[in-house]
Structure formats: C-alpha cells, structure tokens
Design a protein around this ligand. Structure first.
Ligand code: GDP
Length: 471
C-alpha cells in the first residue's frame, strides 16, 4: 500500500490507505508499477475467495460425526443503509410477541431467537456490516445464513454489493429479502434483474437464490422469510456437538455500572454453563450469572444460543472467540500469556526514532533528511521552515521539507511520511488517535515540540551527530 500511495502522491493524489480511486488513476499507478490495468464490468467481477476457515469450524472438525446434531441456524441481516435492516429485525422479533410470548422482547443484547414451526432461528441483532466484518476479521464467523435486504424502490446499492462480497468470501448462503414492497414506487422485477447480474439469480428464473418479497414496515412476508431460512438451513449442514468442547464468539460487550462487564456470547459448540471459567480474547473470568436474550436467568446454553453473561474481568472485543477452560487459575494464566504476547508484539515493532533515523543516514547513502512540519498557526510555521532552510546552508546533509502546513498531525501526514521515509515534526499541535496508531504500525517517527528553539536545536544536534564521524 505504501508503494501505491507513494506513486499516487507523486501524481498529486494525497490518498489515504482506504481511499477509493477511479479507474484512470488506478491505471496510471498500475502502469508506473509495471502492470497493465484492465477495466472489469460488474458482471465479470470475481469475488475473491478468502478460503479462511473460522476457528470454531476447525474445532468442530475434531468432533466425531456421530456426536454432531443439528442446531438452530444463525442468521445475520446485511444490506445497504436505509433499506430496512433494523425494521426487519424488529418485525421478526415481533412475530413472537404476536404469538403471546411473555413480556415481549424489548432488550437488545446483540442477538435473539425466534421460533417458527417449532424450530428455532437465531438472529444476530447488530445491523450493518460492522459486527459481521469484525467477526470475520478475527477469523470467527457467526452466521450460517445471510439475509440480504434490498429495498425494491432503490435497488442494488454499493453496500448491497459489499454485503454480497462479504457473504461470498465467508461462504455463507444468501437469501434476499426484497423489502418495501408496500411502496408505490416498488419495482421488484428490476431489482431481481440487477441481482441476477451480480450472480444472485432468483429461483423462479431457475437460479438458486431464494428471494422473498417483504414489507418490514407492514410486517408482510415475514413468515415466508422465516420459512425460507429454514429451507436453506435444511440444505446446509448446520450442526454442532452439544456435549463437545465449548467454543463460540463474542457478539458484543459493555460495562454496566451496577453489573460490571456484560458480554453477549453466541455458543457455537458444546454447552455453556453458569459457573464455567472462560477466556475470550484478552478477557476472562468465571460466569457469575447467565441470561437468555429475554433477560431470564438460565443455567445452561447449547449450540446457537445467544446468552448474556456476567463475570468477565475485562471487556472483550466483538468477534473474539471464547472457550471454556478448567478453572480461574487457567483463565489468569492464558490471559496473562496473551497480554504478554501482545506486549512483545508491540515492543518488537521498531519505531525509528529521530536519532536512529540519523544513524541510518550516517551509515547509509541517504544524504537527505525529509521532514513533514505541522504547526498550530502560520505565524509559527514560517520561522520554523526558515530556520530549517538556514540549517541547510550550514550542513552537507540536506534537510528537505516535504510538506509544511498548519493543523494537527493526521493520518495522511503519517502516510506521506511512511511513503517517503520522512519524520513528522509538530509544533504546538497534537497527533490524533488514528494518526498515532498509524504511526505505530508504519513505524513513523513523530516529534512534537512547543519551543521553536528546541525544535531547531534538536534537528541541528542530530545533523551534527550525523556528521561527527568525519572528525
Ligand atoms: P437500515 O438502515 O437498513 O437499518 O434501515 P431502517 O430499518 O432504519 O429503515 C430505513 C427507513 O425505511 C425507515 O424510515 C423505515 O421506516 C423505512 N422502511 C423499512 N422497511 C420498510 C418497508 O417495508 N416499507 C416502507 N415503506 N418503509 C420501510
């Protein structure tokens, strides 16, 4: 990425690492890197298979076939913003209330279950891609089925495609909910065609994607959607060993002022019990109390069950894998070990200090010190750049200022520094959190001063230091 950004910057595009560039720009960069870019139409768009196997599935592979039994499918709802994900999740939740479920389901813990034709379905109640993506990024995978919501008055949108790609990369089957069919401007046929072009061909056109017309708002077609989910579940092997090793995924976690850390877990194999000692990422502890998604206290939870637990020492991340270990002593040992590893990993990132950088210049061939200067106001930027220019006249090693601007140190400053082996110098400014994180991963040296004299002195000293061997 740094290489690409370097070329982009050389071409006047101050790009950051997540930026989208148009085809023409991409083609220029590609050609400068010795490649030829060719434009693909969406129809030809290949979805990259990551081939990743979620950790819990690997664990499942250790289970004997005879021990496996079918479990409730876990469903996540994806789709473009405003296409109705939240409304649909609420509508599905309410199907149970209509059936007289005591108290209804009012609390949101990140997942819930409904019953349809005597069978259970688990829904991950965190609309949007964030949770799903977080899970995938950590090698976990919560969902067995993706329900892709597409508003039939709006059609396929960028996040619709993104969701399709996510689902495909995770090898999770997709059911399409053609939402908002109640709207006068609904055009489901057009949307089906659009989806067909993306490889989701409706079953009525001999394809293998089930598409269910629904109105989340008017609660139309919800039963059909649940039926479709069970149908797809039956064609996939959704199984686990209720008596096996207990593993699952953290759905969400938060600190409650009176209850401490409240963590929602999705059990994926085995049966979790109150009192179990668990490790989840860098957090761990003994389950002091366990609740179902309705907030009812329970003692046991089998595969596909979402539960909320009390008792972890720290807040784990959504997407962390959890597992049951022998006792609290083991929890502490594992967490300690993981924390130490994390520390070592961080410590091993070589952060080139200004001195080290100069030392490199000293030994290497580089005779240029590149700086990116950020200052609070124009009034301080000028004397700094002038003084640095003056330094140039005195030294044989060149100080070049790649970029001088007022304002805080941002991600793009770090990107530029990383791309050009520069040091970032700040005067009366701060680096925002994202910039600091990036500086750490990209090993960019950032120095902040509040006295101009000190800033110049530091650079001068370092330059002198560089020249010392000549004496
Ligand atoms: P999300 O961003 O995907 O979670 O979308 P929301 O569930 O927040 O819905 C966005 C908007 O669309 C809201 O104003 C909903 O009331 C509306 N909406 C959702 N489903 C339907 C539907 O079936 N019909 C109509 N007419 N409006 C809907």
């Amino acid at each position: 990425p740094i290489q690409v950004i370097k070329i982009l910057m050389a071409n006047g595009v101050m790009a950051n690492i997540n930026q989208l560039v148009d085809f023409d720009t991409a083609a220029i960069v590609a050609s400068e890197m010795g490649f030829e870019a060719s434009l693909e139409t969406p129809e030809e768009e290949e979805v990259k298979e990551t081939g990743e196997i979620p950790l819990w599935r690997k664990m499942l592979a250790d289970e004997k076939d005879a021990d496996l039994s079918s479990r409730a499918p876990v469903v996540t709802i994806l789709g473009h913003v405003d296409h109705g994900k939240t409304t649909l999740l609420d509508a599905i939740r309410h199907t149970q209330v209509a059936e007289g479920e005591a108290g209804g389901i009012t609390q949101h813990i990140g997942a819930y279950q409904v019953e349809h034709n005597g069978r259970e379905i688990t829904f991950l109640d965190t609309p949007g891609h964030a949770a799903f993506t977080a899970m995938r990024a950590r090698g976990a995978q919560g969902a067995d089925i993706v329900v892709l919501v597409v508003a039939v008055n709006d059609g396929v949108m960028p996040q619709t495609k993104e969701a399709i790609n996510h689902a495909r990369a995770a090898k999770v089957p997709i059911i399409v909910a053609l939402n908002k069919i109640d709207r006068p401007d609904a055009n489901p046929e057009f949307v089906k065609k659009q989806l067909g072009e993306l490889g989701l061909v409706p079953d009525e056109w001999d394809g293998d994607t089930i598409m269910v017309p629904v109105s989340a708002k008017q609660k139309i077609g919800i039963e059909d959607l649940l039926e479709a989910i069970l149908l797809v579940a039956d064609s996939t092997s959704i199984r686990a060993n209720p008596a096996g090793k207990v593993v699952g995924t953290v759905i969400e976690a938060e600190i409650d002022r009176s209850k401490g850390v409240m963590t929602t877990l999705l059990v994926q194999n085995g049966t979790l019990q109150a009192g179990d000692a668990i490790v989840a990422g860098m957090a761990g502890g003994k389950i002091r109390a366990m609740f179902d998604f309705r907030g009812k206290r329970i003692r046991k939870a089998g595969p596909s069950t979402p539960v909320q637990i009390m008792g972890l020492s720290d807040v784990p991340n959504a997407g962390d894998i959890f597992e049951v270990v022998a006792n609290e002593k083991e929890v502490r040992a594992i967490v300690e070990e993981r924390k130490q590893k994390e520390k070592d990993r961080k410590g091993s990132i070589k952060r080139a200090s200004l001195e080290e950088l100069f030392a490199n210049f000293q030994s290497g061939t580089t005779q240029e010190l590149k700086l990116i200067v950020k200052a609070d106001v124009q009034g301080s930027l000028e004397p700094i750049t002038n003084s640095l220019d003056d330094l140039n006249k005195q030294q044989s090693i060149k100080v070049s200022i790649l970029h001088a601007e007022t304002g805080n140190i941002t991600e793009s400053d770090i990107m530029l520094a990383a791309a050009s082996d520069a040091v970032v110098i700040g005067f009366n400014v701060d680096a925002d959190a994202a910039a600091r994180r990036l500086a750490e991963t990209e090993e960019v040296s950032v120095r902040v001063y509040n006295i101009i004299y000190r800033l110049i002195e530091d650079i001068e000293k370092a330059l002198k230091g560089m020249l010392e061997p000549e004496y």
